[in-house]
Design a binder for this molecule. Structure first.
Ligand code: PEP
Ligand code: MG
Length: 323
């Protein structure tokens, strides 16, 4: 089976009825790129940049960040590379950043909220990203967007950094796609309006599930409520994908769910364009997609979304897959 999968390394990801999707890898540092490519990644769907800021005693400089982003972009060549701006806070702390202690850090000052509070830090990252954009196919993604206003503010800072670079005659790609993670229910619900302003969505189910179900993703006491297959989650995923397509944009998913065997058929039927997962799941997902008919899965989506419980959804898909 391993050799069969290896044969799919450089193959496109196509369903049995000829629909193409993109299978991408999630990475956390440049050293993950090799394994992503060896496992047949067509893109990097999520480059978590937190590692750059962790395990050190001061902020990384623009130059240090530029080097790292460039290294990844060069290694990926023309393949798309979605870099997520800093998603610190919540459970991830920085020793050199003295943040107020919060009662609910996951509902607190984290990710884009923190970046907008600390624009100088954020601008440094944006500038490093823009400069690196000449080395590959960069897309920029903002995490934890809850309101359109946050997206507009972040985009504005990016535009300002672009203007500064242009004034300094420093090269950058002027057509970078700028998207958001959809990991907060308010954003999923408002996806139709977001879709007019963003270039793409990437659904972050790890957080979207915890915020929708109000079940801490690390808390074992409520892990029974952490339900990727709850129809509430699936309905939101559908809203996001439909909203993107209505505006001619693409929708991906970079939460763990994108590589889950039982989820892939549903997501294919819902029209997901890009699936981003740990590198080790890519080949088996490609093989699975080759065995699935997208049109047939589309025919099942209304039934699936009308089911009452996560259990019902899993049973329904299991039955389909058994046939
Ligand atoms: C997510 O929330 O689904 C996600 C991909 O981001 P992280 O796991 O880094 O929070
Ligand atoms: Mg997240």
């Amino acid at each position: 089976q391993k050799t069969v999968l290896a044969g799919l390394k450089d193959a496109p990801s196509v369903s049995s009825d000829g629909s193409k999707v993109e299978l991408a890898a999630n990475i956390g540092s440049p050293k993950d790129v090799k394994s992503a490519l060896e496992n047949g990644a067509e893109a990097i769907g999520l480059f978590r940049t937190e590692f750059l800021y962790m395990g050190r005693d001061s902020f990384p400089t623009e130059e240090q960040q530029y080097e790292i982003y460039s290294e990844v972009l060069k290694a990926m060549g023309t393949k798309p590379t979605v870099v997520r701006t800093l998603d610190i806070g919540g459970d991830k702390e920085l020793s050199y950043l003295d943040l107020p202690k919060e009662l609910n850090p996951f509902l607190g000052l984290r990710a884009i909220r923190l970046c907008l509070e600390m624009p100088d830090m954020f601008r440094t990252q944006l500038r490093a990203l823009l400069r690196s954009s000449v080395h590959g196919n960069l897309k920029i993604m903002f995490p934890m967007i809850a309101t359109l206003d946050e997206f507009r503010q972040a985009k504005q800072l990016l535009l300002e950094e672009q203007e500064k670079l242009a004034a300094e005659n420093i090269a950058f790609n002027k057509d970078i796609e700028v998207g958001i993670m959809v990991e907060i229910p308010s954003t999923a619900v408002m996806a139709d309006l977001f879709a007019k302003e963003v270039d793409f969505f990437s659904i972050g189910t790890n957080d979207l599930i915890q915020y929708t179900m109000a079940a801490d993703r690390m808390n074992e006491n409520v892990s029974h409520l952490y339900q990727p297959f709850n129809p509430a989650i699936l309905r939101m995923v559908k809203m996001v994908i439909d909203a993107a397509h209505k505006e001619g944009k693409w929708a991906g998913m970079c939460g763990e769910m994108a590589g889950e065997e039982m989820a892939v058929p549903i997501l294919l039927g819902l029209g997901l364009d890009e699936f981003s997962m740990s590198a080790s799941s890519i080949l088996k997902t490609r093989s699975m997609i080759a065995s699935l008919s997208k049109a047939e899965m589309e025919n099942h989506t209304d039934t699936i979304l009308a089911l009452a419980t996560a259990e019902d959804v899993k049973n329904y898909v299991a039955q389909l897959m058994d046939k």
